[in-house]
Design a protein around this ligand. Sequence first.
Ligand code: MEV
Length: 314
Amino acid sequence: MSGEGIGFGKAILFNEHFVVYGVPAIVSAIGKYTVAKLNQIDKPGWTLIDERKATPNYKEEKIDQQKDSINRILKKMDIDLSKKGLEITLDGTLYCASGIGASAASCVAIARALSEHFNLNLSDEEINEAAFEGEKGYHGSPSGIDNTASTFGGLIWFEKGENQVMDKISIPAPIEIVMGNTGKVANTAAAVAGVRERRERNPEKYKEIFDRAENIAYLARNALKNEDHKELGKLMNENHKLLQQIEVSSRELDFIVKLARDNGAFGAKLTGGGLGGSIIALTPDKKIQEEVANAIEKEGFQTLQTVIGASRER
Ligand code: MEV
């Protein structure tokens, strides 16, 4: 018996952090993915072979969270490894960095592989629920946006809440983006906790920022549907400003964001938890995409050229 499954990486276009409080957010899966493969072993419990390529220190810093995450997924899926155990191998095309959905991609991949291995035939919704449980190992109280993108793929309008909203956004054609990696591994749980604390201390200031973030999401959805890339880029720039105001950006993130804009990106912002991690730049043309990526790499940062809004990620 063996099992295999994949989970996509993701890029949040609008409203990371705000999404934790029910503000609508827009996310896209990207064409890079993590694969999980399972093999039955005689020893009880599980062992992990992590072959994913990663930012230096990424795996070391995440190891405790990763263990907790895998145990949570197994518990949620009611899987008993007390007699026969599992060897879990992670691999795939997604280079692990903060901000690119590496934790969610691994949770989804593992949940899918377990479903196949134990013939559970889980639906995508059930895979998403198991991966959400796994994400708690990394985030504490995740909004669910990352695992949703990683499970379902495509471009998604997401609202957390009792009646969680997940609407696919169709756009006429995929749009080129560049992602830039600061090389700094960030702790999402700590970033989310910091926002919570500051929001409690400054409720009025934060309300204003959160209201504008909500507004931006609706404007961005229209811009996406109308293929108004100039407007979309402007809204990304404004979204980055709001993220700076809630103090989740960093010197490196601001530097790469500016570099992307100066080299022709229509807009750029941090993406994901911030405090290190990654940026996303809107580069709706192969030539602009290449130029922005080259400029970022010249400064010593790693990039990924991909698209948002593809109907199939691979
Ligand atoms: C992390 O990719 C996105 C955050 O909004 C956290 C979450 O939504 O769970 C920072």
